[in-house]
Design a binder for this molecule. Structure first.
Ligand SMILES: Nc1nc2c(c(=O)[nH]1)N=C([C@H](O)[C@H](O)COP(=O)(O)OP(=O)(O)OP(=O)(O)O)CN2
Length: 163
């Protein structure tokens, strides 16, 4: 069995400022608000004879790219059972019950999530790390854990392990 070690990458700049609202039911949601969301990733991989798993800068660049892509946007859940999203000529309208929330296209990012929550964001970012890193067999990654914080002391953790 190869030696396994877990890299923990939670740089202060792994963060994005974004707006959202949590939807609790077909009739109950939060008002629009925002957070400075914080991201951390742990990667368990095989240590080679050179005493290295892989250059963790590769993972840091991925985390930075994911955060940059989310930064300064209003995030909408594209797979919510309670929210309809209409593309219009001028932008995007979110429809919640009898409420219509219009946005300019430049301000919004529709994500393949059921809700914009720490749970869904951590699961989605985990999927991206798996696609971009775990799929690279030369990195010999055995597990990835992603944490997303909506504020200090409140986060969700999503994990993947190689079967
Ligand atoms: N399971 C979840 N529940 C809730 C989530 C979530 O992502 N998953 N998110 C929210 C709110 O969007 C979020 O908590 C708002 O944060 P904040 O403005 O910091 O207000 P809080 O009351 O949560 O923080 P305090 O510091 O305790 O005031 C709600 N539920």
């Amino acid at each position: 069995m190869p030696q396994l070690t877990t890299l923990e990458l939670a740089k202060e700049h792994f963060k994005f400022s974004a707006g959202h609202f949590t939807i609790f039911s077909a009739t109950d949601r939060e008002n629009l608000h925002g957070h400075n969301w914080q991201v951390g990733v742990e990667i368990t991989a095989e240590v080679g004879d050179n005493g290295l798993t892989f250059d963790y800068a590769v993972a840091k660049r991925q985390a930075e790219a994911y955060c940059a892509g989310l930064n300064e946007r209003f995030l909408l859940p594209g797979r919510s059972p309670y929210l309809r999203i209409e593309e219009t000529e001028t932008g995007i309208t979110a429809i919640f019950g009898d409420e219509r929330l219009p946005f300019l296209r430049r301000d919004v990012l529709v994500l393949p999530l059921r809700n914009v929550t720490v749970e869904e964001l951590s699961g989605w970012l985990l999927g991206r790390f798996c696609e971009d890193l775990a799929a690279r067999t030369e990195l010999a990654i055995h597990a990835i854990t992603v944490k997303v914080y909506s504020g200090p002391g409140q986060c969700a953790t999503s994990c993947w392990q190689r079967p």
